[in-house]
Design a protein around this ligand. Sequence first.
Ligand SMILES: [Zn+2]
Ligand SMILES: [Zn+2]
Length: 327
Amino acid sequence: MKAMVLNKPGTPLEWTDLPDRQPSAGEVRVKVLACGVCRTDLHVVDGELPDPKSPIIPGHEIIGRIDAIGQCVTGLTLGERVGIPWLGHTCGVCPYCEANRENLCDAPLFTGYTRDGGFATAVIADARFAFPLGETGSDVSLAPLLCAGLIGWRSLKIAGDGKRLGIYGFGAAGHIVAQVARWQGREVYAFTRPGDTGTQVFAQSLGVAWAGGSDEMPPEPLDAAIIYATVGDLVPVALKAVQKGGRVVCAGIHMSDIPSFPYRILWEERQLLSVANLTREDGIEFLGLVPKMGIVVKTTTYPLQQANKALEDLRAGRFDGAAVLVP
Ligand SMILES: [Zn+2]
Ligand SMILES: [Zn+2]
């Protein structure tokens, strides 16, 4: 197999020949067809997350086909198309796993961070965390749903059922969640980097009620806001934009420091929450709804060997929607 490998944080990924691995008991080997590029991959590459596997193959929005099955695997067949998400393994026995909160497992493995991911021609996955996808939808358009879509779905649920929803950071997750929220009958308010009129026009094309810079206040107070941007300064900004009893959800794995803010913008039962990872239940629920919601995922594809360029373009905000690598 071949892979784009991160040998050391802060250095470019390197195109590498690796021996083919056989799946152990409970695992499958998946031939990768497409793998999305997520902001979390940038955090891994930049060394902003603690204790990564090293060297590591990044990538956790994987679409592929099973080409080898280990012992004790049930319910999956050779050739079946599956999606492999960020949460790659849970222990099954810790208090969180037992309480149906496996997203907070005490001994998890994360695809593309603490176990090898999908910036490769093949990946070994825990069979329990390979979602059967069926044959509807293209590999490239499905890939971003595996993280941007799934974590987006979880963050949307945690934001509650308020009608007016703000989205700060209108990238891969933002543009998917905006469409889900519209399908649910909500009004979406899209906040981009100040002056990024291109992304504001893109948001409007998806039917949002309003689009503007994150330095602007929405025309109406929001019931909830989700922050996908990694900018801690947006937390007090979003708290000011939500009305009494409103929620602000931080959906990223990493954020710059949050500045201090006056207590009065939190008071009146506003809530500030974070979202971590996903559960398999989130995955099954969301992927089951995808065919009904009619989501159009905007993608820019890159050959696998150009993963470094895709990461740099993501960092610089050079495309709308999501980047996807194709081996
Ligand atoms: Zn656990
Ligand atoms: Zn991700």
